[in-house]
Design a protein around this ligand. Structure first.
Ligand SMILES: NC(=O)c1ccc[n+]([C@@H]2O[C@H](COP(=O)([O-])OP(=O)(O)OC[C@H]3O[C@@H](n4cnc5c(N)ncnc54)[C@H](O)[C@@H]3O)[C@@H](O)[C@H]2O)c1
Length: 361
């Protein structure tokens, strides 16, 4: 069964299609686009070709494709150049479509290639990781990394359609699945107490019958947030709420050099730190913090740093974060388990205490 919701952004609106198996559904759309004279090319990574080659072939047939190396290093200027050159070699024009099949790395890179080729062509997202299904494939943030830092170059460019086929998760490594769960826990904490309660009932796994409904629920939440604040300009709340746990998480990733922790693992520790910060600010209780720690831990995610990191380095990393506004530290904190708010000009002392509580020294 294929079901869909719409991300409502006026002329940039687009559908998110949901199903276990979307092979014939995507194939029909490919054929329709081709019949209408549109050219398509696919960008994906080697792991996907090796593990999901049949599903991909069923979806896109013999559509020309470029296969990149898996991993964060691929979100680079070099690989962006490769994709753009490939698009030009295939003579894509303004009516053409880039089909981006992969996790957040391929999604961000492919989306940015679509945003920049001929000043912007359409693209489809076929997310293949849990993180990409619940987060990165929806909302139009695209980009690449520079040597100086992550996601420093990019564009807002909404996809023209997103196809979320949960069967693709069957080959996702367990550690990657857990990392995606950090974003699911985040949605519960920031705005959906019912979802958080559901996660407290028991661990969600790739074979859980509830998984598809949970993914859809996260996408609905993301769609509503993006509709209200597409370009993250809201002075309070808005899209910035999606950064719950991320200011801490990005600092951990930066200081450890993007290899020790997966993004979701750093976010998981960041969620615990954000809960402790909220407690220090008198917003939630120690019992509520314990509930956050339990849910994060139950989903095979770290609740503290595996080895200590120096607070001054973490602080320096947080101060470089592009989400820092006018030199002031801005945090997303919890008013309750299920309601987040943004706070500007947070004092350093409780931030430091929160970071030390998850293992900073
Ligand atoms: N644009 C956004 O809004 C947004 C939001 C969050 C994260 N991100 C970005 O997303 C990236 C992380 O994405 P990710 O966690 O999906 O990582 P990823 O794209 O690196 O994928 C993780 C690993 O799983 C493999 N893989 C993917 N799908 C698979 C499948 N179905 N079966 C087997 N292997 C599979 C990949 O080859 C890779 O090795 C980061 O660069 C982050 O900055 C973007």
């Amino acid at each position: 069964m294929v079901d869909h919701i719409t991300v409502k952004l006026g002329e940039r609106s687009y559908p998110l299609h949901f199903g276990h198996d979307l092979r014939t559904h995507v194939r029909a759309q490919v054929e329709q686009a081709t019949a209408a004279g549109r050219k398509l090319v696919v960008v994906t990574d080697r792991n996907l070709v090796e593990t999901q080659g049949d599903a991909l072939a069923a979806m896109v047939g013999a559509t020309p494709r470029i296969v990149l190396e898996p991993g964060e290093k691929t979100k680079s200027l070099t690989d962006l150049g490769r994709v753009l050159d490939f698009m030009a070699e295939q003579r894509l024009d303004r009516t053409s479509l880039l089909v981006v099949a992969g996790g957040g790395v391929i999604g961000d890179l492919g989306g940015f290639a679509a945003a920049s080729y001929l000043r912007g062509i359409g693209f489809w997202q076929i997310p293949t990781t849990l993180l990409a299904m619940v987060d990165s494939s929806v909302g139009g943030k695209t980009g690449i990394n520079l040597k100086a830092g992550k996601n420093l170059v990019g564009a807002f460019h909404q996809p023209t359609a997103v196809f979320i086929a949960t069967e693709l998760l069957s080959t996702l490594p367990a550690r990657e699945f857990a990392a995606g769960m950090a974003e699911v826990v985040k949605y519960g904490l920031l705005g959906d107490p019912g979802l958080f309660g559901e996660l407290e009932q028991g661990r969600l796994s790739v074979s859980s019958p509830r998984l598809a409904a949970v993914i859809r629920r996260c996408c609905e939440a993301k769609a509503r947030v993006v509709e209200a604040d597409e370009f993250e300009r809201a002075k309070v709340g808005g899209r910035a709420l999606l950064n719950l746990g991320h200011t801490f998480g990005h600092a951990i990733e930066q200081v450890t050099g993007y290899g020790t922790y997966l993004h979701g693992e750093a976010v998981a520790i960041g969620l615990v730190a954000a809960a402790r910060l909220s407690q220090r600010l008198g917003m939630i209780t120690a019992t509520e913090v314990d509930r956050v720690v339990r849910v994060v831990g139950a989903h095979d995610l770290p609740v503290a740093l595996r080895s200590p990191l120096a607070w001054p380095e973490l602080l320096a990393a947080m101060s470089r974060d592009k989400k820092v506004r006018a030199g002031r530290l801005r945090f997303v904190v919890l008013k309750s388990l299920g309601e987040a708010i943004t706070l500007d000009e947070v004092d350093l002392a409780p931030v430091e205490a929160a970071f030390r509580s998850v293992g900073a020294v």
